[in-house]
Design a protein around this ligand. Sequence first.
Ligand code: ATP
Ligand code: LTN
Length: 328
Amino acid sequence: MKPRILSGIQPTGSLHIGNYLGALSNWVKLQYESEPIFCIVDLHAITLYQEPAELREKIRQTAAVFLAAGIDPAHSSVVVQSTVKEHAELCWLLTCVTPLGWLERMTQFKDKAAKQESIGDGLLQYPVLMAADILLYQANLVPVGEDQTQHLELTRDLAQRFNAIYGETFTMPETRLPAVGARIMGLDDPTKKMSKSTEGSGHAVAILDPPAVIRKKIMRATTDSLPHVDFENMGPGVQNLLTIHQAFTGWSGDQIRRHFQGMRYGDLKKTVADAVVAGLEPVQKKYAEITAEPGYLDRVLAESAARVRPLAAQTVRLVKERMGVYTA
Ligand code: ATP
Ligand code: LTN
């Protein structure tokens, strides 16, 4: 049996090269191994306040970026999470078997909660909803960036706990990280993960940034006080730029070392910027085509939702039966 692949991205801002290298490009590579489902997780996005008009816009933009990056809608389903109501329904059912302590331990929850004056319950429940996304379709492979590994461990723990209490119900999902680019760091601060919601124009390169903007951001990236690349003594900023280059070009570690050893930082940045601009050019071109075609995106989203709903309904029915909840 082919594995079922499922993953998701929050429509919380402009997708950046961390999302591209950590998640999207890996989805594109893996998509023909199975019948994958890729979600725009709008219900996750609202765990922190989103301006409604902006959120509506970002949902469509995120879906268009999935397609522009090479997700093939004839084969893969591109689903807006909130359009398949079973995501929320299964989330509640799973909430009832989730120990509170498991959720309070999540590092993403602790990080995000620390930045809030008042902490919404949704922020705490976030990983349960994510587990519901995955378990709803009995997915066995979840391609994500490194920051999601803890949430996936919780998903497995939850599946195991449910199966132990109510009998074998859920497939155990496996985490799949990309070989290179599982954790791209901020250009302005290479000790912090590149993130959509971090402020600052020098932090992230967006997938849709024009070439001149990409070049400017990379040329200004934080490095260190050394003059040139030294693999024996390399700071995190330089390491991050090399990782970005390697992920975009597909070069081997040896090739990277031979090419960049001793290179001055100015030239390093120029070379990295060229690779990023070249790598994103086809994505940007396709994005323009997709968004120029009226009705196309809505059609893809409607067809995808219709395709996955029967499977979602089947799982929720099974879970309800197992738990003894009324099923008409
Ligand atoms: P937010 O800032 O809103 O939390 P984010 O930029 O962290 O957003 P998510 O929507 O949480 O992005 O993540 C979508 C996917 O991209 C996940 O698979 C995640 O692991 C991956 N990802 C996010 N940031 C990075 C990064 N810096 N490097 C590699 N992968 C990343
Ligand atoms: N929490 C994830 C987004 C996400 C996800 C999922 C990823 C929601 N549901 C299911 C994989 C599988 C994040 O990247 N922040």
